[in-house]
Design a protein around this ligand. Structure first.
Ligand code: 3PG
Length: 211
């Protein structure tokens, strides 16, 4: 089994912050993606937490080809397959399960599973994985916790997500076992709902210069 590590690294090393997008109206998908891309943020994670998420992924993949759109909150193999079919270029899950790993094996796109405990990291590692989402980052123990994991798991790297904002991101990004961070703060609900795309471009621009 393998993570398609080169493909995944190429995506995760593109920018310090991956925006986690919860899109409630299909009409917002394209202007939101364009606003982020204008701010230098091309890798986008659309979470499957709204019923229109797959349509949003497809719309962005078709209309904003410079964006690299992945699907987040992928909880089972069926969602993995559906997201890939919709045009997702990578898959993110808060956890790691055998059915997800089996689906990742037959898929062409890279998979970023979540791991929070030593046992979960070891389970993923046994299957050939050494890059994980660390969720919920702030609530699960924060920077000190992840720093402590770097001793036993020296070859393992993470994308911490959950409770991170721009000020916290700066500190997370100093850790040697952090490749990038994820967060929804780049696309606050109130700005998306009111179509304040320029504000989102500014937030994206700020986050793209964090490292
Ligand atoms: C995720 O799915 O990665 C998180 O819910 C994002 O967390 P945040 O909303 O606290 O940034």
């Amino acid at each position: 089994m393998s993570q398609k590590k080169e493909l995944l690294l190429a995506i995760m090393q593109k920018q310090p912050v991956i925006p986690v997008l919860l899109i409630e109206r299909l009409d917002d998908a394209i202007p939101l993606a364009r606003a982020l891309v204008r701010g230098g943020v091309k890798v986008l994670e659309v979470t499957l937490r709204t019923p229109i998420a797959l349509e949003c992924i497809k719309a962005i993949a078709d209309a904003v080809p410079e964006a690299i759109t992945g699907a987040g909150t992928v909880l089972d193999a069926g969602q993995f397959e559906d997201a890939e079919e919709a045009g997702a270029q990578f898959i993110v899950s808060p956890g790691v399960t055998d059915p997800l790993l089996q689906q990742a094996d037959v898929s062409k796109i890279p998979f970023l599973p979540g791991a929070m405990t030593p046992c979960e990291i070891m389970t993923g590692h046994e299957k050939g994985y050494d890059i994980f989402k660390f969720f919920p980052a702030e609530q699960a123990g924060g920077i000190e916790y992840l720093k402590a994991l770097s001793a036993p798991f020296s070859g393992v790297t993470f994308c911490p997500t959950g409770g991170i904002n721009i000020a916290k991101a700066i500190r997370w990004l100093t850790l040697s076992n952090v490749i990038c961070v994820g967060g929804s703060w780049l696309a606050p609900k109130e700005f998306v709902q009111t179509g304040q795309w320029d504000v989102i471009t500014t937030l994206a621009h700020e986050s793209s210069r964090l490292r």
